[in-house]
Ligand binder design. Structure first.
Ligand SMILES: Cc1cc2nc3c(=O)[nH]c(=O)nc-3n(C[C@H](O)[C@H](O)[C@H](O)COP(=O)(O)OP(=O)(O)OC[C@H]3O[C@@H](n4cnc5c(N)ncnc54)[C@H](O)[C@@H]3O)c2cc1C
Length: 47
């Protein structure tokens, strides 16, 4: 099955991974130019 996941946040990435592991052909669409930017940036500031 072809699956399109919209949004490359943690939920979207995990949905895409699990769907691909189940044998689906997955396309992950993200409007920003990188994934997990909010979480990664915040962790960098705390260090
Ligand atoms: C400023 C800030 C800092 C944070 N820091 C941390 C942290 O350090 N550690 C931590 O554990 N949690 C942190 N959080 C919380 C964490 O970001 C959220 O709990 C988590 O991102 C929620 O994941 P999500 O996948 O549901 O949504 P989101 O992360 O919001 O993902 C949704 C994605 O969909 C994309 N999107 C939206 N509309 C479209 C569209 N039309 N087409 C394509 N893509 C689209 C967005 O760009 C986004 O990447 C932070 C939140 C914020 C606001």
């Amino acid at each position: 099955m072809q699956v399109i996941v919209i949004g490359g946040g943690p939920a979207g990435m995990m949905a895409a991974i699990k769907s691909a592991e189940n044998g689906n052909e997955v396309t992950l669409l993200e409007k920003m130019n990188s994934l997990r930017k909010k979480t990664v940036n915040n962790r960098k500031r705390k260090m």
